[in-house]
Design a binder for this molecule. Sequence first.
Ligand code: PLP
Length: 309
Amino acid sequence: MVETLIQNLGEIHNNIIYIKRDDLIPISFGGNKARKAINFFREIDEGNYDCVVTYGSSSSNHCRIVSSMAAMRKISCYIIGPQEASKPTFNSILMGWLGAEITIVPVETVHDTIEKKLEHLRKQGRNPYFIAGGGHGNLGTQAYVDCYEEIREFEKQNQIHFDYIFFASGTGTTQAGLVCGQLIHGDNRRIVGISIARKNPRGRQVVLNSVKEYLSEKNYYFEDEKIEKNVVFVDKYTGSGYGTNNIEIEQTIKDMLFTHGIPLDSTYTGKAYTGMKAYLIEQGVRGKNILFIHTGGTPLFFDELENIN
Ligand SMILES: *Cc1c(COP(=O)(O)O)cnc(C)c1O
């Protein structure tokens, strides 16, 4: 069970902004991938697994966390990565340093390479545990259903109601978990995923699929219409996709560090926070309580430090 701090950051356009510090989850620089990985490694610890296989790019926060949690257990970690995104980053340096074996292949052969790796390991008498990229799947979704419960508990204890929850949305598992939590409790608020790369309709569809998959596994039933209404996936602030040198994002990163001592990066949290500010203005949101979830990615902050003026 993880529980992270919620801080009050003051006002933006008459709204009060709070931030939930999932970047401070105490495993290898934290983040939402740590929250998800804790669930996968619980299964690994309970099962008879002796190694883990996953995939992601060289900048993947997920692969860094999985490498770290495998190293902590002294089990092997095998990472398959796409050639197209294999430029070294602090995350990939950490993966290597933590002993992960990284195989770089063209993106179209990633799937087959994973299958072959798993088959090869099993033939050798090993018992590999497979984790989908980004911690996608119901266990990953569960991590953010639990996060949603934490948010509700904070609200109860502090007599506050968050009208909006914002965060960086990628593969959509984080958003799916939060939306499932909201549906299960019937809470009235807006959960807004700021897309960091994917465009609609696909981006939103992936979130919807994850929501339905989780609810069906847990035997909850909601009308499609109700589910649709709760999935807000905003693709307006993606910039040039993963990693972007947008001036506004750079300014957000500076402001957050100078004013609050909180690091953001330009691929995920800096982009989402900038998008959230634009959204609040464009939608004329005023007088509301807003929660931003800091989903981590702290090593990426250092990668960009030399590009920021
Ligand atoms: C992966 C990631 C996200 C997106 O999370 P999803 O569950 O894939 O939508 C957001 N922020 C950071 C820092 C991440 O590493």
